[in-house]
Ligand binder design. Structure first.
Ligand code: ADP
Ligand code: MG
Length: 707
């Protein structure tokens, strides 16, 4: 990797077929057509597509590319790709040409049967197509496999059903665009042509040493530790957060940044997180679609670069029990093509009627579809995190901050707001430190959905999950609220009066979703129940939200999901849950049977031998310590074996349950998972008793304090 100093501006986006590259390479007419497609969503003709494909290929070959791939995001949570080389059949003289047609750029056909479809595609009709998404620029990825031209694509079935994250996201972006335009037109904006959701995703992750990772089969197979006693020191000293970044990690981060910058990902902030060995990376926000792709690139790059540094990046939401887990903060706002953020309250929010309406519509959307938002942030790993004293609670609520809360209270009390709390100067009391204006919103770290200045921050998403679904849901439910508001206001005789009444009505009806207190507290759970807010504690209880009448209505109204697509998604989620838990159970059985029990038996033999040999050598010697240890270890060993047998029986039954994934998933949650927890207890006790040199794998302390 480059170790010399360099100018970021020189390398930024160098591997992206971005606007600059297109402008430089495409004939003027083709470039203009491409721009029209991007700006107005016009279809590209075959001729232009051919020209673009050719130039893209030439550009990629200069960067060393030998292959191209349609890069897509099936419902596995990861990205997928099928590589084709550019070469054509050899000519008579034995040489080959490099070619890439418009057709190859626009359409691909991976074997769709190997991706989850939740019954949308019968196996005899396994056709699925990838379609070029020209709104997210193509890029060349350079790695051990050489250089590959990656073309972001959507993935659909033969009959046009979405089989991926991107298709519904793009549909939802169209919906929010249309409804936002209606809304701002009502307030006199005649110039903006498009409204696009802007998204900035903060990504948390753990870094450990690769040799430790390889010595932990649980991490290798499941991404999380299934056993492990707590180290003597945890995160109680809070000395990791924003701590100085160590050399080895700093060198890793530097290479991550370089890779990302080349790919046009604007990696901006990096710091340590709360837990030891935990870190965060955030890019500057981008259009939702690009931001979702970039988040996938960030996850891939973190893993790849870690590997090169003999490190391992853990993206699982809860790699270590008892230690802070990882999530993603999804920052979301709505910005016009001419740069107006309609979530910006301005200096005096009480006078900004359009903003107040937007705000109240968002409150309504979040209140009415809290279950959908909650569902969009569910994945198997997040079940170990949400609701713990570290991540947002599993109850959705909105935090407004002091200034907006005050305006909101005025609205509720009197129906109008006539003043806004102004920003205060933060006086440090030290002359050499400049005083500055405080932010008008404070932070509330416990809130799952917080207003932070000019955007909402949805903090529930899991670190390993795609942000595609949360943004699809957000765009759609807010589009619905905007649409209903416009239906009322477009018909009103007296607009000012009508908008005033509507704001008041929405504020009153959805006040219950606002909560500014401590989201970790037990009182909040009780209070939320009184308010009738759903408290969905786990993924399986969240899945039914996808197929309620309310959900089908909103998604089909805006053409984001059909009922069939929603049912298929629900089915896939049950399937994924059952499969992941099955792998966890099998891994645990394997580790306990082949590593933990044998190691413990070896240790009991050492203790027993010691008792015998010491007594023989010195008959009066006190061997009570060895004897006590032996009996203590033996009793946990017995408990371990009993719990192992119970887990094996539970797991065997789970495997025999064949077809109904929902039933199977529930079985794994209610029977197998508790059996795993029960087995973990005696094993973690043993780890504290058995000679460290005999324990067959690195401890929590080894992994998170010694990287
Ligand atoms: P933190 O929450 O840690 O204080 P920042 O306020 O710096 O972080 O921003 C977090 C993320 O939010 C970044 O990715 C940033 O680019 C993004 N962001 C900032 N403004 C907006 C906006 N208007 N819309 C969407 N994302 C935004
Ligand atoms: Mg944040």
């Amino acid at each position: 990797m480059e170790k010399d100093y360099f100018n970021v501006a020189d390398i930024f986006g160098e591997n992206v077929f971005n606007d600059a590259a297109m402008q430089e390479r495409l004939p003027k007419k083709a470039y203009q057509k491409m721009k029209e497609t991007l700006r107005q969503g016009k279809e590209l003709d075959v001729e232009t597509a051919d020209i673009i494909a050719h130039e893209m290929k030439e550009w990629a070959i200069e960067k060393g590319a030998t292959h191209y791939t349609h890069w897509f995001q099936p419902l596995t949570g990861m990205t997928a790709e099928k590589h084709d080389s550019f070469i054509t059949a050899p000519r008579k003289d034995g040489k080959v040409l490099m070619s890439f047609s418009g057709k190859e750029l626009i359409k691909g056909e991976p074997d769709a049967s190997s991706f989850p479809s939740g019954g949308l595609r019968a196996t005899f009709e396994a056709r699925g197509y990838t379609n070029w998404d020209c709104t997210s620029p193509a890029f060349v990825r350079q790695d051990a496999a050489g250089a590959t031209l990656c073309i972001p694509t959507a993935f659909c079935s033969y009959t046009g059903e979405a089989l991926d994250q991107k298709t519904p996201l793009l549909r939802s972006m169209e919906a929010i665009n249309r409804q936002s335009l209606r809304l701002i037109r009502l307030f006199g904006n005649t110039t903006s042509k498009r409204v696009v959701p802007s998204v900035g995703v903060e990504q948390e992750y753990f870094i450990i040493d690769r040799k430790d990772f390889l010595a932990r089969k649980d991490l290798v197979y499941t991404g999380r530790t299934l056993i492990g006693a707590m180290p003597p020191k945890g995160q109680e000293m809070d000395d990791h957060y924003f701590g100085a970044i160590r050399e080895r990690i700093a060198s890793f981060m530097r290479d991550v940044n370089i890779e990302l910058w080349k790919l046009g990902v604007s990696a901006k902030t990096q710091h340590n997180e709360v837990a030891p060995a935990q870190h965060e990376l955030a890019p500057i926000y981008a259009e939702a679609n690009v931001a979702v792709d970039h988040n996938q690139l960030i996850m891939e790059t973190l893993k790849k670069v870690a590997y090169r540094h003999d490190l391992q990046c853990l993206l699982h939401e809860k790699p270590f029990a008892g230690v802070n887990g990882s999530g993603k903060h999804n920052n979301w706002s709505l910005v016009t093509d001419d740069g107006i953020n309609i979530l910006d309250p301005g200096k005096t929010p009480h006078e900004n009627i359009q903003f107040l309406l937007v705000l109240c519509c968002i409150l309504r959307a979040v209140d009415e579809h809290a279950d959908l938002l909650r569902e969009s942030a569910s994945d198997v790993g997040n079940d170990h995190r949400l609701g713990g004293d570290e991540a947002p609670p599993s109850i959705i609520s909105v935090y407004l901050g002091e200034q907006l809360q005050d305006v909101f209270d005025q609205l509720i009390r009197t129906g109008t707001a006539d003043h806004s709390i102004t920003r205060e100067i933060l006086e440090t009391g030290v002359k050499v430190l400049p005083d500055f204006l405080k932010d008008a919103t404070d932070r509330n770290r416990t809130s799952p959905f917080a207003f932070t200045g000019n955007k909402f921050e949805f903090r529930m998403v899991g670190s390993e999950d795609s942000v595609g679904e949360p943004n699809t849901v957000l765009n759609t439910i807010v589009a619905e609220a905007f649409s209903d508001a416009c239906d009322v206001l477009e018909k009103a005789d007296n607009f000012d009066l009508a908008v005033h009444d509507l704001i008041k009505k929405l504020a009153k009806e959805h006040e219950r979703i606002i909560f500014n207190g401590n989201g970790y507290s037990e009182e909040w759970v009780e209070e939320a129940e009184k308010r009738g807010l759903p408290n969905i504690t786990n993924m399986l209880d969240a899945i039914p939200a996808l197929t309620t009448e309310k959900s089908i209505a909103v998604f089909s109204k805006f053409g984001v999901f059909t009922e069939a697509e929603l049912s298929s998604r629900a089915e896939i989620e049950y399937e994924v849950y059952a499969k992941k838990r099955n792998i966890e159970a099998k891994t645990m059985i394997d580790i306990i049977r082949k590593q933990i029990i044998p190691a413990t038996i070896r240790y009991t033999t050492v203790l027993a031998t010691s008792v015998n040999q010491v007594s023989q050598a010195v008959p009066t010697a006190d061997v009570s310590t060895q004897t006590e240890m032996l009996s203590e270890v033996s009793s946990y060993l017995k408990e371990t074996k009993e719990c192992l047998t119970a887990l094996e029986e539970a797991e065997a039954k789970g495997i025999r349950m064949k077809d109904d994934f929902m039933k199977k998933a529930l079985y794994y949650r209610d029977v197998v998972l508790p059996a795993m927890d029960a087995l973990r207890k005696p094993v973690d006790k043993l780890e504290m008793l058995v000679d460290k040199s005999m324990w067959p794998m690195p401890s929590y302390g080894d992994m998170i304090f010694e990287v």
